[in-house]
Write a protein that binds this ligand. Structure first.
Ligand code: ZN
Length: 127
């Protein structure tokens, strides 16, 4: 399980998540400004160097490799911007296919594609 921390790079988070998850065949779980990559096959784990590779691949593909720093630390990878000017404009030119995000219940780890389903699921914890 690898966590990618986009706290300081929210502008590229969604597109990066899609690109990286697609490339690795990983299951992405969104947690505010971070996303967690897990392998849909429980017996296998996510290779960190593959994630780093996919992230730098993504940055190259959107021509932002000079603008972000990738900082790996344990099972965490932090994305830090170096220079944010023009970034929004450049990102608008990127087209990425949509992929569903996953929402995780903080109480029990239940995972769903639908935010509304998570909301109604959470009610069981409040009875
Ligand atoms: Zn739950």
């Amino acid at each position: 399980m690898i966590t990618v921390d986009c706290t300081n790079a929210p502008v590229i988070k969604d597109q990066m998540l899609i690109h990286v998850a697609d490339k690795l065949g990983a299951l992405p779980i969104l947690k505010s400004e971070k996303f967690i990559l897990t392998n849909p096959d429980d017996s296998k784990s996510i290779n960190k160097s593959d994630v780093l590779h996919a992230i730098s691949d993504f940055l190259k593909s959107v021509n932002l490799q000079e603008d972000f720093q990738i900082i790996p630390k344990g099972d965490n990878i932090k994305i830090e911007p170096l220079d944010v000017k023009d970034m929004k404009e450049r990102l608008e030119n990127i087209t990425v296919k949509k992929k569903e995000l996953f929402f995780e219940c903080a109480h029990c780890g239940f995972i769903t594609q639908y935010e509304t389903e998570l909301k109604s699921h959470k009610l069981i914890h409040y009875i």
